[in-house]
Ligand binder design. Structure first.
Ligand code: AHR
Length: 350
């Protein structure tokens, strides 16, 4: 019995070795080194195709990007510019940066110069919404993709690849809800509007009104004028509001923190207490707003995120490499109140 079992095992092992031997030496399955001439054409072409494709793919170090910035009108804009410049430096992108000093004509000139220099991508934050079709079409005709950053432009969608930035209408709505909470749904409001014709000014104006009309009939906007998103203009226009309406003003809605900070000075100089006698809600959530909330002079700030550098260059690289990108990449934003300000200020990046 024992002997026959041993014989059986030996027989099975011998058979198995024979089968393995056949596979190893079979001409139908040549060793990898022998495959060359007999491989089918498609399989042979594959490595070369992969190599060619990866040779065409650009990396950050290959990118030349033109950026047409608006200017330096606010703390927000300074943080936005720093974010773009720092990220370009970090990634090794060649950045051609232009500061238009708040003038659309300068932005248009900058875009034309980027086209002449044949940059790979153009980023632009349009100072106003209208008047861009011709120059955007020129970029398109030159085959240069254009990314809208921070602000939209009123142009057909085929003239830009994507918009990276906030929902300004929603910011206006949030400001209205915050104001209603502070005023208990009742009061007279003055409004400091941003740059006339700009997307954030148009949308924050509309969003605020939309909510007032829908939900708060006892909240009334008694005056509304542009402070051009700057502290100096915000102060000047608030002085005019106080001169006209004096104590009748219950609250101020400012389209950005800088104008609110300018207005705070005007209110103090007039002899009233900002944050108490006149409640204030503004937009951006820059560090200056957190400091004002800690001092009790600002009642709420609605966030608008300026740190767009990392997302911008990621989109730029995707676009030049032919990857699909969404038509709108919205920012993730919050609403901040004085109770949170002290704890959050140390970690605020702008
Ligand atoms: O486009 C964003 C707006 O522009 C910010 O709210 C404002 O501060 C800036 O100047």
């Amino acid at each position: 019995m024992k002997l026959s079992r041993i014989l059986l095992v030996v027989l099975i092992l011998a058979l198995a070795l024979a089968v393995m031997g056949c596979v190893a030496v079979s001409p139908a399955a040549p060793a990898p080194a022998d495959t060359g001439a007999e491989e089918p054409e498609a399989a042979q072409a594959e490595p070369a195709e992969v190599e060619a494709a990866s040779a065409e793919m650009k990396s950050y170090e290959d990118l030349v990007v033109g950026y047409a910035q608006i200017g330096a009108e606010s703390e927000w804009r300074t943080a936005n510019t720093a974010s773009i410049k720092e990220e370009a430096e970090k990634l090794g992108v060649e950045l051609k940066f232009s500061d238009a000093q708040q003038k659309q004509e300068n932005q248009i000139k900058a875009i034309r110069s980027f086209i002449a220099q044949q940059v790979d991508v153009i980023g632009v934050s349009p100072v106003v919404e209208t008047g861009w079709e011709t120059v955007f079409q020129e970029a398109k005709d030159a085959g240069i993709p254009l990314i809208l950053v921070d602000r939209r432009a009123a142009v057909p969608e085929d003239l830009y690849v994507t918009y990276l930035g906030s929902d300004f209408v929603e910011e206006g709505r949030r400001a209205a809800d915050a104001m209603a909470k502070i005023l208990d749904g009742k009061g007279k409001i003055v409004e400091l509007v941003g740059t006339v014709g700009s997307a954030p000014a148009n949308d924050r104006y509309a969003g605020f009104r939309e909510v007032l009309e829908e939900k708060y009939p006892d909240m009334e906007i008694i005056d509304s004028q542009s402070g051009d998103f700057t502290r100096a203009k915000g102060k000047e226009v608030m002085e005019a509001f106080l001169k006209t309406h004096g104590d009748a003003i219950d609250a101020l809605y400012a389209h950005n923190d800088d104008m609110a900070i300018g207005a705070i000075q005007a209110i103090e100089e007039y002899g009233l207490k900002p944050g108490e006698d006149i409640k204030i809600v503004s937009i951006d959530a820059v560090r200056g707003a957190f400091e004002a909330m800690i001092a009790g002079k600002l009642n709420c700030t609605v966030e608008c995120n300026p740190l767009l550098g990392p997302q911008f260059f990621e989109l730029a690289l995707k676009v030049v490499n032919g990857e699909e990108v969404p038509k709108w990449v919205p920012s993730d934003e919050d609403v901040y109140w004085p109770e949170q300000a002290e704890a959050l200020l140390p970690e605020r990046k702008y």
